[in-house]
Ligand binder design. Structure first.
Ligand code: SF4
Length: 377
């Protein structure tokens, strides 16, 4: 269980610089009924005050840790909502804009020619668009305000501004979404020509209107339909030249997300902003999910309220195994004993492959990744 009171500081245990930085911007134009992230609405002036606090946290982090971010991920929330002046301040303050990969999450409706040009000029090389669906009915169910036309316009605007790396986020197993609708969304997304497509299964997170609707029996999950939709995504995307390198992530060769791969390899990372999580060595902490408290503490010269979760080498190794099994890179076979009965059975059933000392699940096996991980931890 998380507990309070410990404030992490000092260099990383191995003295290594931290290579991955996440920045949480908690503002959204409206709140989607399935979303469980720490998000809320806010005015431009509230965003500017938030940024004052965020930059204080950044200064503190730089004092405490050697940060040489190879990857930067501006997530949320909707970072593309930030007014341009606030974005400029953020860009000037956070040096890792020269990171090998800097990603910004954007809502299609917020992409304007001015913003797109500024993002690209300031080093955002990758824009992740929260598309979710190209079916207006599904978008309405999800509470999204953008339209399929907004998505096409956003992609054109980003390309015109010089953006060479676009990700499109999609959701499947949405209530009322038919297999045909999912098929058309995938084809439409491929036709947009992004470098990367993420296809996530909708999950019913606690304390969301979707969770309550399911608990009330208004909506039902259909596991078989979800599995079919996963297989449809895999087939269409692979046929179109995208490679599944994690259960929900597909990239054209050379365009896999470096930031996410850092998480899946179990690398250390730092997170800024309310609700953001950091893991350094055997220390993991999370800023409380309260923007007001976060701002008040930082502007008063204190650290933001945080909770710490104790880690052990064993736990981190278990996480690496679990995450590695979800990826096409797999895990070293030595972690699980390559001659064990379980390994032989999984390879015989076509759920896993063993080659060159690496154990990896097949696309079918990845569907069962959590259960299979349970055999080895
Ligand atoms: S736009 Fe994204 S982050 Fe914002 S409420 Fe919707 S799902 Fe959550």
């Amino acid at each position: 269980m998380p507990f309070e009171g410990f404030l992490p500081c000092g260099p990383t245990p191995r003295g290594q610089p931290i290579r991955h930085l996440y920045v949480h911007i908690p503002f959204c134009a409206t709140i989607c009924p399935y979303c469980a992230f720490h998000v809320h609405t806010g005015s431009a002036s509230e965003m500017r005050v938030f940024l004052d606090a965020l930059l204080r946290e950044w200064e503190g982090v730089c004092r405490d840790y050697p940060v040489e971010a190879e990857t930067l991920y501006l997530g949320g929330g909707t970072p593309s909502l930030l007014p341009l002046d606030a974005f400029l301040r953020l860009a000037e303050a956070i040096h890792p804009w020269e990171a090998r990969e800097a990603t910004l999450e954007a809502n299609p409706r917020t992409v304007t020619p001015e913003k797109a040009s500024a993002w690209c000029e300031l080093g955002v090389g990758r824009v992740s668009l929260g598309v979710q669906s190209l079916d207006s009915t599904v978008l309405r169910t999800l509470g999204r305000r953008h339209t399929p036309e907004d998505v096409k316009r956003a992609v054109c605007t980003l390309r015109d501004a010089g953006c060479r790396n676009i990700n499109v986020d999609l959701l499947f197993a949405v209530p009322g979404q038919s297999p045909a609708s999912w098929h058309e969304t995938l084809e439409g997304a491929i036709a947009l020509g992004p470098e990367h497509i993420s296809a996530y299964e909708l999950t019913y997170e606690e304390d969301t209107p979707f969770f309550r609707a399911r608990a009330a029996g208004i909506w039902h999950e259909d596991e078989n339909r979800s599995i079919e939709m996963y297989r449809t995504a895999w087939r269409l995307l692979e046929d179109a030249g995208y490679r599944q390198y994690e259960i929900s992530n597909y990239g054209r060769p050379g365009w896999a997300s470096l930031h996410n791969q850092g998480y899946w390899k179990g690398n250390d990372y730092l997170g800024l902003g309310p609700g953001a999580c950091s893991t350094v060595g055997l220390r993991r902490w999370q800023n409380r999910r309260q923007t007001d408290g976060y701002i008040a503490a930082l502007l008063a010269g204190q650290d933001p309220p945080r909770e710490q979760e104790p880690l052990s080498e064993e736990l981190r190794q278990r996480e690496r195994l679990l995450l590695g099994l979800r990826t096409s890179g797999g895990i070293p076979a030595s972690w699980i004993g390559e001659n064990s009965e379980d390994v032989c059975a999984l390879t015989r059933q076509g759920l896993a492959e063993l080659s060159d000392g690496t154990f990896r699940l097949t696309p079918e096996g990845r569907l069962l990744a959590d259960g299979i991980a349970g055999l080895f931890i």
